[in-house]
Design a protein around this ligand. Structure first.
Ligand code: ADP
Length: 260
């Protein structure tokens, strides 16, 4: 009699505990969804006014309406530059909330990584104006085909190369290389820049991560790029790794499965 009652009471307690845990998990999930929706809404809300500020500023800058007073030019330039930064931030936040909620539709097309590298090389030239960097590109110059979303994969490479350029002081070296193994493509971006202290590297691919070195040197950034890069690479069945030491440069290696 008593044993059975005790057993039942114990069972009831376990059931109640499980139930409590389940509601806690559900609550956390609800909070997480609310947070995603908030980020998405805020980004949309920000993007519209910022886009109009940038658009009107450009109209004023180009002098079609009326030639801007010389004293106004630097102010207009600053408004436009900062507006562009906000647009990039909004787009990154929107993409991240899409990645979180899983409602991003990825393309599944053949992507020639060799051609992509050539494209990114051209885009990078704009970043190098006024810089003293030795940037070299090494690619097989034959199609290297992966399957996935071409524009997202291009974003991966643009981001890694952009970081290498941004975090390497003049006089430094940046190397970009594409090579293949029988089953994989390897994209390797290395630089002789400020590096990332080993003890900080655990958080590198997390949102809003900024190394202490980047902050000390006041190099601008949001810390969103690499978290996006890592999500995109993972969504393509690939992986990303880093080797870096404080003030001694960094090497990022992305591995992507080749089209079978
Ligand atoms: P952002 O560049 O906007 O800060 P990222 O997510 O691309 O955002 O990078 C996060 C942080 O990782 C950077 O702020 C910097 O501290 C560090 N980092 C990324 N790439 C490099 C690099 N090539 N060299 C040194 N530090 C880097």
């Amino acid at each position: 009699g008593r044993d059975v009652t005790d057993q039942r009471r114990a069972q009831d307690l376990v059931v109640a505990a499980l139930e409590k845990e389940r509601t806690a998990v559900e609550r956390l999930q609800a909070i997480d969804e609310a947070k995603n929706e908030f980020v998405s809404t805020v980004s949309h809300e920000l993007r519209t006014p910022v886009t109009s500020i940038v658009g009107y500023t450009e109209l004023l800058q180009d002098g079609t309406l009326v030639a801007p007073d010389t004293a106004q030019v630097p102010l207009l330039d600053s408004i436009a530059r900062n507006g562009q930064r906000l647009i990039v931030l909004c787009n990154d936040l929107l993409l991240l909330s899409g990645l979180d909620s899983g409602d991003i539709s990825w393309q599944a097309e053949d992507v020639d990584l060799d051609a992509m590298l050539a494209e990114v090389q051209r885009a990078t030239d704009a970043l190098l104006v006024g810089r003293e960097l030795d940037v070299s590109w090494e690619r097989p110059s034959r199609p290297v085909v992966a399957v996935g979303d071409g524009s997202q994969l291009e974003r991966v490479l643009l981001n890694l190369v952009g970081n290498a350029v941004k975090f390497t002081e003049d006089g430094g070296v940046v190397r970009v290389r594409l090579e293949t193994t029988p089953a994989e493509a390897l994209l390797v971006v290395s630089d002789t820049g400020i590096g990332i202290p080993v003890e900080e590297q655990d958080g590198l691919f997390e949102r809003f991560f900024r190394s202490s070195t980047a902050q000390e040197k006041a190099i601008q950034g949001t810390g969103l790029g690499l978290s996006i890069v890592s999500s995109v690479v993972q969504a393509h069945g690939g992986s990303i790794a880093v080797r870096s030491a404080h003030l001694e440069g960094s090497t990022f290696t992305v591995r992507l499965p080749l089209k079978a």
